[in-house]
Design a protein around this ligand. Structure first.
Ligand code: ZN
Length: 293
């Protein structure tokens, strides 16, 4: 099942277009994408049945109209617009640890992206002053409350995954007596996610997906596989939930593979008019033009 936030409304993906959830469910589920996570199991069961059943008409109501996908510059919102908690993990791919000249960590390096940094597909990111770098990431969204989860149950706590960018202003991130990861990665627009949230059953192997990003019409910047994580998704859920209860709708940015601009010689950063395209196999392709403040 694939869902999205278009114009602030929760929609379900079908091969031929999108269905408005509030309309299709006759109001059983509201239009707010965040609310889908409050009762995730019931919503996912209904949505899967609705889409698999061809959509509409089964309970006597007429099938709602399908909407085409919006085009460039359209109002895609983040699939999870108001998470209670956003976890992010640094140095979580072996190839990225190596390019950073560091050693593989014994514990995940955890920080947050403040939720005001979240935005959606096709949204323009206003680049602040400084050195703004790309970091394509698999973003995991929690579907069921979990505290002290075991490895075996970890994936069952996940609602789905989406494509994300952990955009990072490197000067603020790395300057000062202690690094400012959370702040340097939380300018408005620094957390693009989407276009869709995809349930794990749609993926052939959720622990081994191609992941990458490129400048549109130009260079491939990152290309790797999620199997290169130091702490894989179940291990991150175990370690995070050992401390913090994970709540439905929480997000985990699971780290970026090799190819970031700050680790290059010479270094390379995003510039106004660049268009950053990020993809994960089977999950989606997220496009964000860059602009100036
Ligand atoms: Zn990151």
């Amino acid at each position: 099942m694939r869902m999205a936030n278009i114009g602030g409304r929760l929609v379900l993906r079908r091969p031929d277009g999108f269905l408005d959830v509030a309309e299709a469910s006759g109001g059983r589920f509201g239009p707010d994408p965040q609310q889908a996570f409050d009762g995730w199991d019931a919503f996912a069961r209904w949505a899967r049945g609705y889409v698999d059943g061809g959509g509409g008409g089964a309970d006597g109501r007429p099938a709602p109209a399908l909407r085409p996908a919006p085009g460039t510059g359209a109002p895609w919102g983040p699939p999870v617009p108001r998470p209670a908690q956003v976890f992010a993990v640094g140095l979580n791919y072996r190839d990225h640890v190596a390019e950073s000249g560091l050693t593989v960590p014994d514990e995940p390096a955890v920080f947050t992206k403040f939720p005001t940094s979240l935005t959606g597909h096709e949204h323009r990111v206003a680049l602040p002053e400084g050195l703004v770098d790309w970091e394509v990431e698999l973003v995991v969204v929690i579907g069921r409350h979990c505290h002290r989860a075991t490895r075996a149950e970890a994936w069952s706590r996940v609602a789905g995954v989406t494509v994300g960018q952990d955009l990072s202003e490197r000067r603020l991130q790395l300057t000062g007596p202690a690094p400012q990861f959370s702040l340097g990665k939380s300018y408005p627009g620094f957390g693009p996610t989407g276009p869709e949230l995809v349930t794990v059953d749609e993926l052939p192997d959720p622990d081994d997906l191609e992941i990458g990003c490129a400048l549109e019409g130009g260079e491939v910047l990152q290309k790797s596989r999620t199997s290169g994580m130091v702490f894989d998704v179940p291990e991150l859920i175990v370690r995070l939930s050992a401390v913090c209860p994970l709540l439905p709708g929480d997000m985990i940015f699971t780290g970026t593979p090799a190819g970031v601009g700050g680790a290059r010689t010479p270094q390379k950063f995003l510039a106004p008019d660049d268009v950053l395209v990020s993809w994960i196999e089977g999950v989606g392709r997220l496009r964000n033009p860059m602009g100036s403040v």
